[in-house]
Design a protein around this ligand. Structure first.
Ligand SMILES: C[S@@+](CC[C@H](N)C(=O)[O-])C[C@H]1O[C@@H](n2cnc3c(N)ncnc32)[C@H](O)[C@@H]1O
Length: 214
């Protein structure tokens, strides 16, 4: 937990979801234990889309389509989202949910491992990239995704602080945590030292890296 529970509950109370379809998706994710973005990250994505007005969005990690549908509903007319999911059951649910939301013309869902699918995408073509897949692979996603981001494009990476646990001294971590958190720390170091980027680390949700390509 990065912020105290009562603060999270208060902020959530300021972010009630009005959209019926998105409320149904929230319930589907909750009932099936599917991890999805938290309400403050949802509002951040809506804000950034309103600010940036991206025409092409790339998402790494679709799950059942919740965040893609959230973003699609606030995109400018004619804009599109490409989103990648490797879990077949979740991919199938995402396809059904996108169809149910009548967003087939806006959201293209790619089935497969993002590390393969990213190789097939066009360089310098995305205005916004949302990274929300396997946390141990962020450094690899970043290396493959950065060439796809346009100049002045924005990248948002979720769950970078892992409930705050990556901030503990290495000596108190278990061996497994050491590996996963060590990779995430390396990723954050890479972002902060990449001179082609401006990076801000936000302690909202489960930690968000907000990145802009110069
Ligand atoms: C946190 S969930 C995504 C949630 C979604 N962005 C939302 O908020 O509605 C992460 C998803 O990424 C998928 N995933 C993890 N690693 C992946 C990879 N290398 N390639 C494609 N999908 C991956 C998982 O199967 C999982 O469904």
């Amino acid at each position: 937990m990065i912020v105290e529970e009562h603060v999270k509950e208060y902020v959530d109370s300021l972010n009630p979801e009005e959209d019926e379809i998105i409320r149904e998706l929230l319930k589907e994710a909750h009932d099936n234990h599917v991890p999805i973005i938290r309400s403050d990250v949802r509002e951040l994505l809506r804000f950034l889309i309103n600010l940036k007005k991206p025409m092409r969005v790339l998402e790494i990690g679709t799950a059942i389509g919740y965040s893609a549908i959230v973003m699609a509903k606030v995109l400018p007319a004619g804009a599109t989202i490409d989103t990648i999911e490797r879990n077949e059951a979740r991919y199938d649910r995402a396809v059904a949910n996108v169809t149910n939301a009548s967003l087939n013309d806006t959201i293209n869902i790619f089935f497969g491992d993002a590390l393969d699918v990213l190789d097939t995408m066009d360089e310098d073509s995305y205005d916004l990239i949302f990274m929300d897949a396997a946390k141990g692979q962020y450094e690899e996603f970043y290396k493959k995704a950065m060439p796809l981001l346009k100049k002045d494009g924005i990248m948002v990476c979720d769950n970078i602080l892992q409930e705050g646990d990556i901030a503990w001294p290495v000596e108190v971590m278990t061996r497994r945590d050491h590996t996963v958190y060590g990779r995430m720390r390396e990723f954050l170091k890479s972002l902060k030292s990449d001179e082609s980027l401006v990076t801000s680390i936000l302690t909202i949700g489960d930690g968000v890296a907000l990145v802009k390509r110069k």
